[in-house]
Write a protein that binds this ligand. Structure first.
Ligand SMILES: [Zn+2]
Length: 121
């Protein structure tokens, strides 16, 4: 079950909740500190240590991008926005290459085939 990070816009409290994707669509989280509904989703840093499953699937999990699997360009845009949010320092060197390929319309499966080093440390 994915963990979602939120930050309360009223009291700045940061908290995590476990939700299924279906719950996430319907759930309106409340701040556990002040009960405000004025909370913002926080995109977590990209995990780069998962290994064989591939970084692309990790990225997709974190951003809840399942619906974008069939739209590489939209996925590429989302990943670029995510990079802007987390900063470039912690991202793998091939991140830009992957984003560029997605934006050209390559599917994640094709990219993993072309870039066999993805997922290796
Ligand atoms: Zn709060």
């Amino acid at each position: 079950m994915p963990v979602y990070d939120f930050r309360c816009s009223d009291c700045r409290n940061r908290f995590e909740i476990f939700l299924t994707y279906a719950q996430y669509d319907q759930h309106r989280p409340l701040c556990p500190a002040c009960a405000s509904a004025n909370v913002q989703r926080v995109i977590r840093k990209v995990r780069v240590t998962r290994g064989d499953e591939g970084r692309l699937s990790s990225l997709a999990d974190d951003a809840n991008l399942d619906a974008l699997d069939s739209d590489p360009r939209a996925l590429g845009r989302m990943m670029r926005e995510m990079k802007n949010e987390v900063g470039a320092d912690d991202l793998p060197a091939e991140f830009d290459e992957v984003v560029n390929r997605l934006e050209k319309g390559q599917s994640p499966a094709e990219i993993e085939r072309d870039l066999p080093d993805l997922g290796e440390e």
